[in-house]
Design a protein around this ligand. Sequence first.
Ligand SMILES: NC(=O)c1ccc[n+]([C@@H]2O[C@H](COP(=O)([O-])OP(=O)(O)OC[C@H]3O[C@@H](n4cnc5c(N)ncnc54)[C@H](OP(=O)(O)O)[C@@H]3O)[C@@H](O)[C@H]2O)c1
Length: 238
Amino acid sequence: MVAVVTGSSRGIGFAIAKAFASRGMQVVLTARKEDELRKAAAALGSGSSVHTVRADIRKPADADLMVKDTVQRFGGVDVLVNNAGVGKFANVADFSIDDWQQVLETNLSGAFYCCRAAIPEMKRRGGGYIVNISSLAGKNPFAGGAAYCASKSALNAFSEALMQEVRYDNIRVSYIMPGSVSTGFGVGGESELSTRLGADWKIAPEDVAEVVVELVTLNQRSLASRVELRPSRPPRKG
Ligand SMILES: NC(=O)c1ccc[n+]([C@@H]2O[C@H](COP(=O)([O-])OP(=O)(O)OC[C@H]3O[C@@H](n4cnc5c(N)ncnc54)[C@H](OP(=O)(O)O)[C@@H]3O)[C@@H](O)[C@H]2O)c1
């Protein structure tokens, strides 16, 4: 099986790529920063079954190239995980146009560009699996999260419509809505990672990866189309 995981140089995407590679799948890691991608691929240490493609999923041409490169390297695409995402948080009146566009173009349009590029290849192989990494923020909006919540809510609707559209082509579509996961997400990247990783009540990236593996290996007659994954014991409020 050949899997493409967007945003897999770190965090949840890296954990998903690692879980796939450890199960003998051929994996394509993608992100914008080449050096981080190379480090991530080296950390997987699976030689010829791991490939990297530098791609900014906000650019349709990069999404096309990502799929084309994957097909050239491994012969096709069986699994696409739309994981790349960004979080920018501020009140609407203070939110910059640039941040709005970055959030919507990455979290929503990027997933569309990648699906649009990958679906013909999946049809050519006789089927496939698309997993979109959404967020509980998509169903539980909160103040200061308008752009992020809207992007994930739209991704949920996109996923459900797509699921109904491609199911008879043997392409299954699921979306996962994690709660808080211990990564450097939305806090300026890896420099602040250590403080976030201290939060042991949070979901671990590996737990999300385990759910993704379970989805794609579930018997083909069944489809868990929507998954909510939350910390089992978050801090009590108040
Ligand atoms: N962490 C949480 O608490 C949490 C909770 C629920 C849902 N999620 C969702 O889970 C996904 C992964 O989050 P994470 O916590 O693992 O984030 P992360 O640690 O910040 O990693 C994000 C990954 O996406 C890549 N990326 C960002 N923009 C990109 C673009 N335009 N094109 C290609 N790659 C891009 C980053 O690499 P480059 O910067 O090099 O491109 C990186 O590999 C996101 O969709 C997020 O919304 C996270």
